[in-house]
Design a protein around this ligand. Structure first.
Ligand SMILES: Nc1ncnc2c1ncn2[C@@H]1O[C@H](COP(=O)(O)OP(=O)(O)OP(=O)(O)O)[C@@H](O)[C@H]1O
Ligand SMILES: [Mg+2]
Length: 288
């Protein structure tokens, strides 16, 4: 990582939690969302007046009890759902629908099983009418970036879970989004693979201008990845707290962090909050 990046990062954590509107890459402005039951008309409030700001190039993690509204929040940023009240701005513009500036990586890999790795990665480009030659070049670049050289012609069923997740990440990156929305992308892989994917994701992110919004259940994962961690209340989701992770990026390798007292302190503090919010699934000790 270049020195200028390290300084830039340091500034991030030192800055105030609240920024002027125009400095935010993503702004949640009093966002409320209610699901409406098609049969009964009954309303279920998933998100309740949530206000928060995410900076450009920030790695922003979201933790919260199961069913609190984390996925719903990502779908709102993706433009797949519309707020019942309030608004979301991305890059200063109100979100009105899906757009190529925002890429979504789901918990399920959502790969097309009848397409090869290369075709899956190049899918968005194909839809946008990019030439065969350019698609292949872009696909090769991102397949390399996620460490899957040599697997271009394989089909999803020939890959491990961790490899499929890499393909999903490569496919999203191939569309060159400004914002990558990730919904528990590593939840289905084993702990060791998960640690590798976490390290790779931060490496890729550090070389880019990507803003990442990363939803997870896992306290360790949030601390490892995040510049800041937003903790949500149980449904209807509000902001419980936003915690800056002031461990320098250079020191964030699992080999190092497992013995780092700052890591232990954050793990204790965030774990306590999660348990008080009634989330029995909040894990302190496993990465998987
Ligand atoms: N399509 C839907 N229609 C009605 N209610 C829904 C729908 N999707 C989600 N909900 C409800 O909205 C609430 C929030 O759901 P959401 O999926 O956002 O939670 P979550 O925080 O992502 O949970 P998890 O951690 O288990 O993934 C839940 O109570 C859920 O039952
Ligand atoms: Mg979810």
């Amino acid at each position: 990582m270049a020195d200028s990046r390290a300084i830039h990062r340091h500034d991030h954590t030192a800055r105030e939690a609240v920024l002027p509107e125009d400095a935010a890459k993503i702004l949640f402005d009093g966002v409320t969302f209610e699901y409406i039951d098609a049969q009964t008309g009954e309303r279920l409030r998933a998100i309740d007046g949530l206000t928060a700001q995410i900076r450009e190039n920030e790695f922003f993690c979201i933790l919260g009890p199961s069913g609190c509204g984390k996925s719903t929040l990502l779908y709102l940023v993706a433009g797949l759902l519309k707020p019942t009240q309030g608004k979301i701005l991305v890059g200063g513009r109100v979100v009105k629908g899906p757009g190529a500036d925002r890429g979504l990586v789901f918990q399920e890999y959502a790969l097309l099983p009848w397409r090869t790795v290369r075709e899956n990665v190049a899918l968005g480009l194909k839809i946008r009418g990019v030439s065969r030659e350019e698609r292949d070049a872009v696909a090769r670049r991102f397949i390399h970036l996620v460490g899957l050289d040599g697997f271009e012609r394989k089909y999803p069923h020939e890959l491990s879970g961790g490899m499929r997740q890499r393909v999903a990440v490569a496919r999203t990156l191939a569309n060159s989004p400004d914002v990558m929305l990730m919904d528990e992308p590593f939840a289905a892989v084993d702990a060791q693979t998960r640690a590798v994917l976490q390290e790779e994701l931060t490496r890729i992110w550090a070389q880019s201008r990507l803003t990442v919004v990363f939803v997870t259940h896992n306290v360790d994962e949030a601390i490892f990845l995040g510049d800041r961690v937003l903790i949500m209340t149980p449904r209807p989701a509000r902001v419980h707290s936003v915690i800056p992770i002031d461990i320098p990026r250079e020191e964030r390798s699992w080999a190092h962090l497992d013995r780092d007292p700052r890591f232990a302190a954050l793990r204790g503090r965030i774990g306590d909050v999660m348990r008080n919010l009634g989330d029995g699934s909040a894990s302190n000790h496993d990465r998987g």
